[in-house]
Design a protein around this ligand. Structure first.
Ligand code: AP5
Ligand code: MG
Length: 216
């Protein structure tokens, strides 16, 4: 199964992606997580990405597209993949089409998680993220079993540097101006499935499974 998950910042892409990955045994490819890995290891790509991510802006396409192109050729994708956070503008969407053509594969579905804007700021400011595996929690709606510690790998939870109210405004602005047109682009191909993203995380995941059941 080859999937793409879309939605505004804080819509719950990463949260649902972790569940989808476990259920369907497919690779979760999050460009945000990949950049955060590079930033925490101070690689040349991470040092460059910092300049954009900390302010809520997109990392330049040439860096992002190359990173995804290399990732999509790794050998853990036999069961498929779930792309999260890419493509994020029309140029990246066209580049992804080219990459998939070269690799002779097709997307099965674009899952679009819909959440009202007024809920997103609270979700993002309350988010805590694992420093090691990237798992997402929320101080009210999705607490870890032990405060400040990741349920999955036992590492420390922190607040992402780009999860400030100021930066979120830029990220939402970037989403509407640059990423929303990507959704319109995929709408024309008929593979977009909308999933209502408000409510209990498990209920939303049940709806995701219903949608994915239809495409299998
Ligand atoms: P990225 O990491 O992709 O961030 P994002 O798109 O802004 O989305 P988030 O990760 O903030 O939200 P999410 O939808 O995953 O929500 P989550 O599940 O965590 O990108 C970060 C940056 O990297 C970008 O700004 C850009 O600079 C750069 N970048 C990445 N990709 C790029 C690209 N392709 N091109 C260029 N630059 C790129 O949930 C949020 C919170 O809500 C959590 O606390 C969670 O516990 C909680 N929650 C989840 N579901 C529910 C629910 N149902 N009810 C209540 N709370 C919930
Ligand atoms: Mg995420």
């Amino acid at each position: 199964m080859r999937l793409l998950i879309m939605g505004a910042p804080g819509a719950g892409k990463g949260t649902q992606a972790a569940l989808i990955k476990n259920e369907y045994k497919i690779a979760h490819i999050s460009t945000g997580d990949m950049f955060r890995y590079h930033m925490s290891n101070n690689t040349p790509l991470g040092i460059e990405a910092h300049k954009y991510i900390d302010h809520g802006n997109l990392v330049p396409d040439e860096l992002t597209i190359q990173m995804v192109y290399e990732r999509l050729q790794e050998d853990d994708l036999a069961n498929g993949f779930l792309l999260d956070g890419f493509p994020r503008n029309l140029n990246q969407a066209v580049a992804l089409d080219d990459i998939l053509k070269k690799l002779n594969i097709k997307l099965d579905c674009v899952l679009n998680i819909t959440v009202d804007d007024n809920l997103l700021i609270n979700r993002i400011t309350g988010r805590r993220t694992c420093t090691k595996c990237g798992a997402s929690y929320h101080v009210v709606s999705n607490k870890p079993k032990v405060e400040g510690i990741c349920d999955v790998c036992g590492s420390t939870l922190v607040q992402r540097k780009d999860d400030t109210e100021e930066t979120i405004k830029t990220r939402l602005d970037v989403y509407y101006k640059q990423t929303k047109p990507v959704l319109d682009y995929y709408e024309k191909t008929g593979i977009v499935k909308n999933v209502f993203g408000i409510g209990n995380i498990d209920e939303i995941f049940n709806n995701v499974k219903d949608v994915l059941g239809e495409i299998k």
